[in-house]
Design a binder for this molecule. Sequence first.
Ligand SMILES: Nc1ncnc2c1ncn2[C@@H]1O[C@H](COP(=O)(O)OP(=O)(O)O)[C@@H](O)[C@H]1O
Ligand SMILES: [Mg+2]
Length: 299
Amino acid sequence: MSETVFTARNLTKRYGQLRALNYVSMEVRRGEIYGFVGENGAGKTTLIRVLAGLAAPSDGQITLFGREGNLAKERRRIGGMVESPAVYPNFSARENLEICRLQRGIKDKQSIQRALETVGLTDTGKKKAKNFSLGMKQRLGLAMALLGDPEFLILDEPVNGLDPAGIMEFRELLRRLNAERGITILISSHLLAELFQLATCYGFIHKGEILEQITLAELNAKFKKQLYIRVDDAQKAAAVLAGENVECLPANILRITGGPPSNAGLVRALVNGGVAVEEVVLRGEALEDYYMSLIGGRR
Ligand SMILES: Nc1ncnc2c1ncn2[C@@H]1O[C@H](COP(=O)(O)OP(=O)(O)O)[C@@H](O)[C@H]1O
Ligand SMILES: [Mg+2]
């Protein structure tokens, strides 16, 4: 069994009558990129605040790096970007990191340079943070989280407001941190699509409850047989793909449920057969459907 970085057992957080977290159980294993998905108000920030020690649970336990109880020492092994990063607008990136380093009592001064290099903010010189683009501000926030070389990085909706290019860049950065330094990452989002092709495991939270925790491999297995292709001539396409389990839907859309060897091979067969492929619906969208079906009955 692989090592667990974080576990929650029956974690409950009450705000008066409201249960922001209701008997939440989940676990994040070392090396994972855990996508924590839920609508606005689902309880993501609350869980993260409890994890980070910013809020006390009403009930239940959490374990960090295999320990329970007083987790002050364990929390020093965590880097977090919770809510919008506290950036001083009139200071440069380096100055902001220096302030952050002093506040957190991190001795290693070199970690500032390392963090700047990691997020690609070494050449911003004297430029004040208030003049940064949103993407640069997010990267500065990430640099702050990386001070002290954490083993576990917690990011609460870090790509909120970023444009698609910014999201892709941020995603690449996280993937590198995970692959090259083995940093375990918990990243929350209210948009499942933002975590698609990044997370290796998903936890779906809804109204303070975990609906499901599932690995990427398990999810892919569920969706291997769900591929939607829009073509110019569905009947012709179905004939080309005879042998596969093909269904013709309205608007020249095919649903393939037999599990073809590869999507690329399938498209090639269609094109070679004289069929124009207009659109292939990625599994990410199927994932979205799945997620909607999960929360659908619980609105
Ligand atoms: N400090 C608080 N006091 C009262 N209610 C809160 C507080 N923080 C969060 N809540 C409520 O808890 C629920 C979960 O909020 P939150 O964890 O911020 O959700 P998310 O981050 O998934 O959008 C919401 O209904 C929110 O209004
Ligand atoms: Mg939140």
